[in-house]
Design a protein around this ligand. Structure first.
Ligand code: ZN
Ligand code: ZN
Length: 428
């Protein structure tokens, strides 16, 4: 038996934090209360720290199969554990694409063999993510795909998207949309505006995202089908989703930590680690993202963890790969920029990073409850540290936050009652 003793608990259900011990046996929480550590043979002292449900990431890229030089399920899930994630949903833009029951089973078996956190495969909407022909959604669901997405590229054909939403609705599967109109993106590489002009880089209009958000909302509304919008980055997208929710459209959405922590001003210096898709926006967009998180328009925070090899980034800005290695900074960025600044409470942060993602994906986790799997993290909210990518467990060292000082750090990670990170070191 394991006891997490004397921490301030946010359980994902109660409206207020409370001080308690949590007793764990055979992978499950068996008691929550005070002075119950007596029977435990191992004790984690969480005095002065916070105890939260393990974080749940609704959107990440583990790169296996096909891009193991960027990341694999072993390194990716260790990186996730280091960031406090106990469950992650991985996108299907691998090589081959996760577009068949066999490939879903492959991810599941690799996760069982090599993973240290729970891995939930998301399968493709179209075969090969080519945007031409729908996948066999029923078979994908049966094999264990928890959602469908062509993430990495948009479904440009609106009729195909309409059919996809219709079939997915019939199967009670969620479609996660990567909103990007490629004809508006052109050969842009950063947000279009003052900074792109100053830096002489081709810009991407916010309309490239917002046109697709509007289209997907209209299609979902017409069919009364659910849709989840990935990585919301602009004020306009937040407003479109806010209005749609008021009308009762079944739309949910996520943003990623970099969209409330960094702006296009960071591209100054041409650091390719600032290149991400959608691109970093402006202060005004960051304000809108924060407001959207606060008022509930933006349901959850997902990492869009997108590790790359050095060679993919150490090239001219316009040629560099897009993406940020995000697992290991997500909690600290959210705490530093949202909680320490008074925008969200710890209870609300747990909703955005644990309970909310689990609910949207309809998977276990996101709460600490007697009888449930013991997916638990211990965080030190007073801890200030400087991000050092050389210490990342991820193979991807691509982070624009390297060298930045953040507050709030995950110290211990427990998955199914097993300690996978202890004192900030992954031990499995
Ligand atoms: Zn995407
Ligand atoms: Zn992505």
């Amino acid at each position: 038996m394991l006891c997490v003793k004397n921490g301030m608990v946010v359980d994902g259900i109660s409206a207020v934090p409370y001080k308690a011990d949590i007793l764990i046996d055979k992978g499950k929480v068996i008691d929550i209360g005070n002075g119950i550590e007596n029977t435990a043979d191992e004790v984690i002292d969480a005095t002065g720290k916070w105890v939260l449900p393990g974080l749940v990431d609704a959107h990440c890229h583990l790169r296996e199969p096909g891009f193991e030089y960027k990341e694999d399920i072993s390194s990716g899930t260790r990186s996730a554990a280091a960031g406090g994630f106990t469950s992650v949903a991985c996108m299907p833009n691998t090589n081959p694409v996760i577009d068949s029951a066999a490939m879903v089973n492959y991810i599941k078996s690799m996760a069982t063999a090599k993973g240290v956190v729970k891995v939930y495969p998301i399968a493709a909407v179209t075969k090969g993510q080519k945007g031409e022909e729908l996948t066999e959604m029923g078979e994908l669901k049966e094999a264990g795909a928890i959602a469908l997405s062509d993430d990495g590229r948009p479904i440009m054909n609106s009729q195909l998207m309409r059919l996809a939403l219709q079939y997915a609705k019939g199967l009670s599967m969620l479609i996660i949309s990567h909103c990007e109109d490629l004809s508006l993106v052109g050969d842009g590489v950063m947000n279009e505006g003052y900074m792109s002009t100053v830096l002489g880089l081709k810009g991407i209009t916010r309309a490239a995202e917002e046109v697709m958000v509007a289209r997907d909302i209209i299609l979902a509304e017409t069919l009364d089908a659910p849709i989840h919008i990935a990585h919301v980055s602009t004020r306009g997208s937040v407003e479109l989703i806010r209005q749609a929710k008021r009308r009762g459209v079944k739309v949910t959405c996520e943003t990623a930590p970099h969209y409330f922590s960094a702006t296009d001003a960071w591209v100054d210096g041409y650091d390719a680690n600032t290149k991400v898709n959608p691109p970093l926006r402006t202060d005004d967009d960051v304000e809108a993202i924060k407001q959207g998180l606060k008022d509930g328009t933006i349901d959850i925070i997902a990492t869009d963890h997108a590790p790359h090899h050095r060679d993919d980034k150490e090239v001219e800005y316009s040629l560099a790969a897009s993406g940020i290695s995000g697992f290991e900074t997500a909690f600290s960025l959210a705490y530093t920029n949202l909680v320490a600044t008074g925008i969200l409470s710890m209870v609300e942060l747990v909703q955005k990073m644990s309970k909310g993602p689990a609910d949207i994906l309809n998977i276990d986790g996101g709460t600490i409850q007697v009888g449930n799997p013991a997916d638990i993290i211990v965080v030190d909210l007073d801890r200030e540290y400087t991000v050092d990518v050389s210490k990342f467990y991820s193979k991807g060292k691509n982070s624009p936050f390297h060298g930045h000082t953040l507050k709030g750090k995950v110290i211990h990670t427990i998955v199914d009652g097993r300690i996978v990170m202890k004192d900030e070191r992954v031990i499995v």
